[in-house]
Design a protein around this ligand. Structure first.
Ligand SMILES: CC(C)(COP(=O)(O)OP(=O)(O)OC[C@H]1O[C@@H](n2cnc3c(N)ncnc32)[C@H](O)[C@@H]1OP(=O)(O)O)[C@@H](O)C(=O)NCCC(=O)NCCS
Length: 164
């Protein structure tokens, strides 16, 4: 069973493992491998955003596994005052639907923590797995743009929450 919990400043090693995996960062930012300094700086910025109340980061683990790290979910206020969500799964965890499982857990928390703020996600146009995960989780494509890293991305906007 997957456990999801808030990421803290003590979790730098788990973040570094994901950020230093070239398969993961191939679809993040410019797509180039990250250095340890880049990874550590991104982690510091993320934890600072969480500390200011402008973000929420979660780590997912499967504690009974020999290698328990499943991945990371990031939700941060962006320059449009929207909440941008990103999911980074450990490479060995892809293809099992974990991405949408994690979205199902965190989206209601994001909506509660940031009421009225639009949850968004951006996926490189040549990243069908991300697009599939997002649409299966109720996000709608909202056109393409050149993102802040210079790649063409599709903007996805979360649909209305499913009534409970
Ligand atoms: C993107 C990511 C979060 C997807 O999560 P996941 O749980 O592995 O998603 P899945 O493997 O279940 O794939 C989702 C869907 O994409 C499909 N898919 C996977 N690879 C595909 C490919 N190369 N082409 C087309 N469809 C693909 C799957 O079949 C599945 O569709 P289905 O539900 O209709 O069968 C995960 O691959 C990841 O963390 N990648 C590295 C970091 C990253 O790219 N993050 C997203 C940045 S926007």
């Amino acid at each position: 069973m997957i456990h999801v919990r808030a990421c803290t400043a003590n979790d730098a090693a788990d973040f570094r493992r994901l950020a230093l995996a070239p398969q993961v960062t191939a679809r993040i930012g410019v797509g180039a491998p990250w250095s340890r300094a880049t990874a550590d700086a991104r982690f510091r910025r993320g934890m600072a955003a969480c500390g200011r109340g402008e973000g929420m980061w979660w780590l997912a683990h499967e504690p009974q596994d020999a290698d328990p790290l499943v991945g990371l979910v990031v939700a941060e206020v962006d320059h449009l005052a929207e909440i941008e969500i990103g999911i980074w799964l450990a490479p060995g965890r892809w293809g099992r639907g974990h991405g949408r499982e994690l979205l199902a857990v965190v989206l209601p928390v994001v909506r509660t923590r940031f009421p009225g703020v639009t949850p968004t996600a951006y996926a490189n146009v040549d990243h069908p797995a991300s697009a599939r995960m997002l649409t299966a989780s109720g996000f709608h494509p909202d056109g393409t743009l050149i993102g802040r890293y210079g790649t063409e991305v599709t903007r996805f906007v979360a649909g209305d929450p499913t009534p409970t």
